[in-house]
Write a protein of this length. Structure first.
Ligand code: SPV
Ligand code: MG
Length: 294
């Protein structure tokens, strides 16, 4: 799908608005398409979900080019912008440069890199999250911004100071440094069940640049609270993956137990949906136009 406005510009615009944007997780082209179909204006390509869908851990076990392949399929099947989870950038500043160039070339609107160490660990695992050195991470941000070919690509810097139990002051110091280094937006992450610490961050940070939240753990917080706090975007980070796990488990177990499709047929998406989601109508039209059957 093409449009006059680039996907990077579309994401940039979403983050710049005063309204809060909501991004839905996807981990492959199918789930990205479904998120777009539901109405989401942008997609979060979750590292956790892409890893889990590939059957590996969220510890950089999938190589960056393996993730890139998944992202390319996702971008090809959607017209909304995709914000890719770039973990720690897969190495040092130089790896970030190449990552940014390749993502941009493959139609990804932006990347989020987090201030931890490679190989990263999921924020909700363990209590010993090592943070990147601030100056070193700023070099990655600068290198990433300097290497993008166009003006539109969005580089988001994710702050893990609260996840690492380093407190609000450390989080704010990092925010100031990453913003000064050229980050277009910030993610402030938290593993608390209440939003207090991220809302305190938002209040202190103000509108210096867009702030994005990932309320996986503080999921009870009503959206109105994020909106009142002036949050630019909220990421529903892993819920297509988790929905798929539940649905696939129920279906597999029932078919196994009953040796029959009768019980599940009415509950699973019809084949027509599968053809529609993969764009078969377009191929049929193209065949009418181009295919000569001798
Ligand atoms: C992801 O979705 O991969 C994220 C969010 O980075 S979290 O799992 O909370 O770290
Ligand atoms: Mg991640």
């Amino acid at each position: 799908t093409s449009s006059n406005i680039s996907k990077g510009a579309a994401l940039r615009h979403l983050l710049a608005r005063t309204e809060t944007a909501y991004l839905m997780e996807a981990h492959n082209a199918l789930s990205a398409r479904i998120a777009e179909e539901a109405g989401f204006p942008a997609v979060w390509a979750s590292g956790l979900s892409i890893s889990a869908a590939l059957g590996v851990r969220d510890s950089n076990e999938a190589s960056w080019t393996q993730v890139l392949e998944v992202l390319e399929f996702m971008a090809d099947r959607t017209s909304v912008p995709i914000l890719a989870d770039g973990d720690t950038g897969y190495g040092n500043f130089n790896n970030v440069r190449r990552l940014v160039r390749k993502l941009e070339q493959r139609g990804i609107a932006g990347v989020c890199i987090e201030d931890k160490l490679f190989p990263k660990t999921n924020s909700f695992l363990g209590d010993d999250q090592d943070l990147a050195d601030i100056a070193e991470f700023c070099g990655k941000i600068k290198a990433g911004k300097d290497s993008q070919a166009g003006a539109d690509f969005v580089l988001v810097a994710r702050i893990e100071a609260l996840v690492a139990n380093r407190g609000l002051d450390e989080a704010l110091a990092r925010a100031h440094a990453f913003h000064a280094a050229g980050a277009d937006a910030l993610v402030i992450h938290s593993k608390k069940a209440e939003p207090d610490e991220v809302l305190a961050f938002c209040a202190a940070w103000g509108d210096r640049c867009p702030v994005i939240l990932i309320p996986t753990k503080y999921f009870r917080t009503p959206a109105e609270m994020f909106e009142a706090a002036g949050v630019s975007a909220v990421v529903w980070a892993n819920h297509n993956l988790r929905a798929a796990i539940t649905a696939m488990r129920e279906t597999s177990r029932e078919i196994f137990a009953t040796r029959s499709l009768v019980g599940v047929e009415a509950r699973v998406a019809p084949l027509a949906d599968v053809f529609e989601l993969s764009g078969n109508a377009e191929l049929e039209a193209a065949e009418r136009r181009y295919l000569v059957r001798p």
